[in-house]
Design a protein around this ligand. Sequence first.
Ligand SMILES: C[S@@+](CC[C@H](N)C(=O)[O-])C[C@H]1O[C@@H](n2cnc3c(N)ncnc32)[C@H](O)[C@@H]1O
Length: 391
Amino acid sequence: MRAPAATVAHVQHLLAQVNQFLKDPVPPALERALRTVPRHRFLPDRIWRSDGQGGYDPFDRASDPGRWLDAAYSDAPLVTQFTDDLPTSSASMPSMVLRTLLLAGLGAPSRALNVMELGTATGFNSAVLCALLGDQAVTTIELDTTLAEQGERNLRAAGYTPKVIRGDAADGWPDDAPYDVILATFSVDRIPPAWMAQTVPGGRIVTPWNSAWCCYGTLALTAGQDGSAQGRFHPFASYMPMRRPHPTTRDAPGPAATDRPTHSTTSMLSPWAVAGGDLDAEFHVGLTVPGTSFAWDTSGDHAPVRLEVADGMGPSWATVDYDGHHSDRFVVAQYGPRQLWDEIGAAYDRWHTLGRPGVDQHGLTIDATGTHTAWVEAAGGRHTVQVARSR
Ligand SMILES: C[S@@+](CC[C@H](N)C(=O)[O-])C[C@H]1O[C@@H](n2cnc3c(N)ncnc32)[C@H](O)[C@@H]1O
């Protein structure tokens, strides 16, 4: 099907939205790259945009080309594939693409660089990199073979020829290493050792972040001389998690599988404080209480609302009820070797004591053995908040 043509007005509109979102004007080199790459040529015939309420609105090129084209030039992430009703690929939000490039130090490139992008998908981000740095500078990796083929077709059709690799981005691509910049376009909870090994000293690794608790934040690391890396988190955005070629699924027992709490009590900590949308608090809890996820049960079977907390790596779980009468006392049940609600309470107290630090006051140091150490800069100092085991 022939794509409807984007007008100058579409591109101007997109740039205005991006500038507004980023607050600062986009550097000229990045603006040129964004103007050059026609986003609509990287999108499939059907795309979906979030409706802001947990659902997605479809846009069809065939039935409503004008509406589809307007969506293509909106500063929004566009879902391009669902698997089992969950989005598994998308075209990233243009302002986030540019913000990530800025964090990677690519706002005004002054020398030839070697860049690896992870998560090719539509190819749009790779095309922006090619427009900025030249095709020779860009290697991109996609796990999903169908998406990799489509992404490569989109790139070729638009005139770009980066190296497109079908494979698992966790392994990087050693053949073209070392890279000045590694840019992920999915989120991770650890930095794979291959990314560290394949970055030049002084190079940048920029990746969206997730924890089991909170999928939010972007980490920008600078590689050291000795195989280590260090950097800060930044308060944007929410990207789909990295997929693995052979996912290991294990079912945490959770409250439904056992009814023998080891510990039942009440808590002064409101479940809303840590799971109600305060991203700074949720980010801190996720970073410092590893492997712990939550879900809200609003069925009313137990209490007006119940927060269910689970340990993804073991049998522990906790529930926290709001009884509908007291807003300062919450009924807690905990089961298993980890007292999860106590861990979360300790993380919340620390966050509060440190002056409720924002995402950008948090950072990560990874030593040459791969040990991840998270820290917070607050109250006049740097505080280690979690030392994870090396992998
Ligand atoms: C948000 S999309 C990327 C957007 C893309 N850069 C663009 O400009 O359209 C994330 C992509 O990462 C891919 N992905 C997830 N895990 C991966 C992995 N382990 N290796 C390579 N690609 C992966 C997904 O298949 C998906 O296509």
